[in-house]
Design a protein. Structure first.
Length: 456
C-alpha cells in the first residue's frame, strides 16, 4: 500500500519550474527539550539527514533554531540526543518551573501586564541560546531567512511559540512556509490534552496555517482531519500532501550504548511504547493484564515512555501495583539500545491509543516482525492494514480475549513487514515540500499574469 499521494520526484521537478534556493529545517523545540520520542524522534530523523538530503535533491538543507527574532544554523550533532542533553533539559525544566511560578503567583497579581512573553524570551536566551553562542567551534552561525527559501517546520510549534513567529516573518519576506502537521487532537479531542496546551495549540495552529503555502501530514487520516477542520472553520485550505514516516530497526544501538542490566533480564514480554497520558490507553491495557494475572496468567508487561500529562492517578496505580518489578515493569528513559532489545524479546506490541496522527511504535514493530495488538482506530487501520489484531477502543475485555488467545498459543508469529526507511521517508518529505514550493510559485506567477492582463 502506498499512502503517499505524491508524484514521482521526476514528475514533480520539471526543469522549467522554480526551486527553492535553500531548505531551512526548524528544530527549535527539539533542540530546547532534549527529548527523543514522538515528534522529536521524527525531527531528529529528518534533520540528521540534512547533508545527505542536500546531495540527493540538489538543494542546500540547513538545520536551524530560532528565538523568534534571530535564526542560528546548527550542526546536527548539537541536535542529537547525546549532545548536551542534560544541559538543555535542565534549561527547559527551569523555563517550565518558571512558568508554573508565574501562573500561580505572578499572573494573579500582575495579570494585566504583558510580561509573560518577555520573561519566557529571557529564560530562552539565558539557558538555551546563550550557552550555544558561547560554545566555540561548533558552527552556530547567525543567518537570515531570505526570499526564495523554503522554511520547513517539522517540529512542535505551539510550545515556545518562536517557530510560528519565524514563519510569520518568513511569509512577509517572501519565503515559502511548509509545516508538518503530525496531529490535531488538541483541537478535535481537547479532553486528551493539557488545557493550556490545547489553547496554545489552537491559537498557534490558526496563525501557522494562515501564513503557510502548503501543509504536509504524516498520514492520510491526519490530512483528512485537517481538511475537514479548516473547511468547517471557513478558513482558506492550503494545498495538503501526506508522506509516510519511516522506521528502521535499532540495529547497532546496543554496540553504542549497552542495554541496562534490569532490561537484560526480561524475556517473552508484552511491550507498550509511548508517553504515559490518557490518550494512549495505558489504563485499559493495565485493566486487561490485571484480569489476566488474576486468572492465573504469568505474562510480563513492559511500559516504555516518559511521563506526560493528566496521568497522576495512573502513576499512583503503577507505584502501588503489587506486581511492579515482578510482572509489571516501567522504564521512563529507555535508550535505543533498550528498545532494540525489548522489541527483539517482545511476544507482541500493545498499542491502545484512542486517537493518533500516525503511530510510530506500530511500524517499528512491523519492521521487527513483532505481532501487534492495536486499538481499532482509523489511522492504525490505514498504517497497519491487516497486520495487527484489533480490539475495540477502551474495551479491556476485548483486549483480554486477544491476550488469552496469544497465551494459549504460546505466542503468534508475523513476518517482518516492508516499510519505508527513514532515508526514504525524509527524502519523500523533502520532495513533497519542494513540490508545494513549486505549486506556490506557479500560483503566484498565474496571479501576476492575471493582474497584468487586467491593467491593459
Amino acid at each position: 500500500m502506498n499512502v503517499s499521494n505524491q508524484e514521482t520526484p521526476e514528475a514533480q521537478m520539471g526543469a522549467d519550474r522554480a526551486r527553492p534556493s535553500r531548505i531551512l529545517i526548524d528544530c527549535t523545540e527539539t533542540f530546547a527539550s532534549g527529548l527523543t520520542t514522538g515528534i522529536q524522534r521524527v525531527v531528529q530523523k529528518i534533520a540528521g539527514r540534512a547533508e545527505q538530503l542536500s546531495r540527493e535533491i540538489g538543494i542546500p538543507c540547513i538545520v536551524i533554531v530560532t528565538d523568534g527574532v534571530k535564526v542560528r544554523r546548527i550542526p546536527f550533532p548539537v541536535l542529537a540526543p547525546s549532545h548536551n542533553r542534560v544541559g538543555r533539559t535542565r534549561g527547559r525544566i527551569i523555563i517550565d518551573k518558571g512558568r508554573a511560578i508565574w501562573d500561580r503567583w505572578v499572573e494573579p497579581l500582575f495579570g494585566r501586564l504583558d510580561l509573560r512573553a518577555a520573561a519566557r524570551r529571557s529564560a530562552w536566551i539565558l539557558f538555551i541560546m546563550m550557552p550555544m553562542r558561547l560554545r566555540k567551534g561548533t558552527g552556530h552561525l547567525e543567518m537570515e531567512v531570505q526570499k526564495g527559501d523554503l522554511l520547513l517546520l517539522p517540529d512542535s510549534f505551539w510550545g515556545l511559540g518562536y517557530s510560528v513567529r519565524l514563519a510569520e516573518k518568513a511569509h512577509v519576506i517572501g519565503a515559502c512556509v511548509v509545516p508538518i502537521i503530525h496531529d490535531i487532537f488538541p483541537i478535535t479531542h481537547p479532553e486528551f490534552a493539557d488545557t493550556k496546551n490545547a489553547t496554545a495549540f489552537k491559537a498557534a495552529f490558526a496563525r501557522l496555517v494562515s501564513v503557510s503555502h502548503g501543509l504536509l501530514t504524516v498520514s492520510l487520516f491526519t490530512q483528512g482531519e485537517v481538511q475537514t477542520l479548516l473547511t468547517q472553520q471557513g478558513a482558506c485550505v492550503p494545498p495538503i500532501r501526506s508522506f509516510r514516516l519511516g522506521a528502521d530497526a535499532f540495529a547497532g544501538a546496543s554496540q553504542a550504548i549497552p542495554v541496562r542490566t534490569e532490561i537484560q533480564q526480561l524475556r517473552d514480554l508484552y511491550l507498550m511504547v509511548g508517553t504515559i497520558e490518557p490518550r494512549k490507553g495505558h489504563a485499559t491495557v493495565l485493566d486487561a493484564f490485571d484480569q489476566l494475572w488474576r486468572n492465573g496468567g504469568d505474562a510480563t508487561l513492559v511500559l516504555v515512555g516518559r511521563v506526560g500529562w493528566r496521568c497522576e492517578e495512573f502513576q499512583r496505580r503503577l507505584d502501588a501495583h503489587p506486581l511492579l518489578k515482578r510482572r509489571l515493569f516501567v522504564f521512563y528513559d529507555a535508550t535505543d539500545s533498550d528498545l532494540d532489545y525489548l522489541y527483539k524479546q517482545a511476544r507482541a506490541l500493545v498499542i491502545a491509543s484512542r486517537v493518533e496522527g500516525f503511530g510510530l511504535p506500530l511500524v517499528e514493530a512491523m519492521r521487527y516482525g513483532v505481532p501487534v495488538i492495536a486499538s481499532r482506530i482509523d489511522v492504525f487501520r490505514e498504517v497497519g492494514e491487516d497486520y495487527p489484531d484489533y480490539f475495540s477502543v477502551d474495551d479491556a475485555a476485548d483486549l483480554l480475549g486477544i491476550l488469552e488467545q496469544y497465551e494459549r498459543q504460546g505466542g503468534v508469529t508475523r513476518p517482518p513487514r516492508d516499510w519505508p526507511t527513514w532515508d526514504e521517508s525524509a527524502l519523500s518529505a523533502m520532495w513533497a515540500a519542494v513540490s508545494l514550493y513549486e505549486d506556490s510559485f506557479a500560483r503566484y506567477a498565474a496571479k501576476t499574469v492575471v493582474r497584468k492582463a487586467q491593467m491593459l
